[in-house]
Write a protein that binds this ligand. Sequence first.
Ligand code: ADP
Ligand code: NA
Length: 328
Amino acid sequence: DASPGVFSGIQPTGIPHLGNYLGALQSWVKLQDEFSSVLYSIVDLHSITVPQDPGVLRESILDMTACLLACGIDPEKSILFQQSQVPEHAELGWIFGCLTSMPRLRHLPQWKIKNQNQKNEGSVGLFTYPVLQSADILLYKSTHVPVGDDQIQHMELTQDTARTFNQRFGQIFPIPKALMTTSKKIRSLRDPSSKMSKSDPQNLATVRLMDSPDEITLKFRKAITDFTSEVTFDPEGRPGVSNLIAIHSAMTGLTPEDIVPQSRGLETAKYKLVVAEAIIEKLMPIQEEIRRLRADKGYLREVLNRGTMKAREVAAPVYEEVCRLVGF
Ligand code: ADP
Ligand code: NA
């Protein structure tokens, strides 16, 4: 009954990094041509689950808008909007919160990690943010959700919530599926056992889309490899150099089978510079576009406002239907 539709969100917490770009945003761009209904949300309600600076958040929302547009998100093909401007997200989140038990949320591994990062004093919002995520998705009756593997448990919660609501009140929600996009997991340049992340305090570990050529070269030069100087692809045995190959591959479309023979006779120290060059070259036009867009706040706000209006058009009747079924 539900027509296929994509929903995904990204937090406006700084400039996206290579992991976000290669693991998520590139597939977001492709999905725009594969589905007729596609919504991408800058999820600012999620980004206040940990303390934020209002001025920084305001600018980060515009940064993220510019980055998404520069990477190929096209507001004619998808609905790009700011989550907090569609009040039905929070309203549906409240209703879903009343259908979700505390123990169900307490067992989610992401809560345990994120709460530890808050010295075990995480907010109620941080605790219930997977409930809000379920509302984000189901508010549009979305059927497909591109996510990384760290979000699998949250997708299961969303599916359970849809089933629970349907059983108690009436069959209105599709059971959405996770679209696994992060087969290309990009790892920290300083610790290949963990993923590249916006919240990594190690400045050299993460390459962001707006890093200058010098910063990119420095970060790759300082990337952790091992004591073997040959370039070989062995993600288990040689995670450091294999991560460099994975980044190189994801960025250029070359496969590791192309890259390894090309790099024969090259020491890893030299290979790091080859990868840095490839990244700098690929990012150059994107960076120019980000700068151009970022200079025009009026245009960025207009894109978000138009997206918000379109999102509300879809969300409002679904939320009305929910209210009627719940008894409001
Ligand atoms: P971060 O963990 O850096 O804050 P988010 O949680 O905002 O990033 O993730 C936004 C999107 O980017 C998600 O779809 C997530 O799966 C993807 N993503 C984040 N980090 C990586 C990574 N290192 N490799 C691949 N994809 C990633
Ligand atoms: Na995050």
